[in-house]
Design a protein. Structure first.
Length: 83
């Protein structure tokens, strides 16, 4: 099996996993139970994975981490605004 296919499947699953949390945060603006430290580090890590994907030329890694970074950043910004 082509590794890029496996990467694409993994990318879809892990990226889609953020959607329910993002929807909940945007609807309720309640982020008290979300750890600021964890989400800050996670968001930076996702950005690093995007850069790595770009460096190795992996389209699935780039689009998945680009979308995941966007969702994580929105959650993080909401956490910073609403505590």
């Amino acid at each position: 099996m082509n590794p890029e296919i496996v990467g694409t499947i993994a990318a879809i699953l892990t990226t889609v996993a953020y959607i329910p949390q993002l929807i909940k945060v945007l609807r309720h603006k309640h982020t008290k139970s979300i750890s600021l430290g964890m989400y800050s580090i996670l968001t930076l890590g996702i950005a690093a994975w995007f850069v790595y994907g770009w460096m190795v030329g992996s389209p699935s890694m780039m689009w998945a981490n680009g979308l995941t970074f966007l969702m994580a950043a929105i959650i993080l910004i909401t956490k910073l605004k609403h505590g």
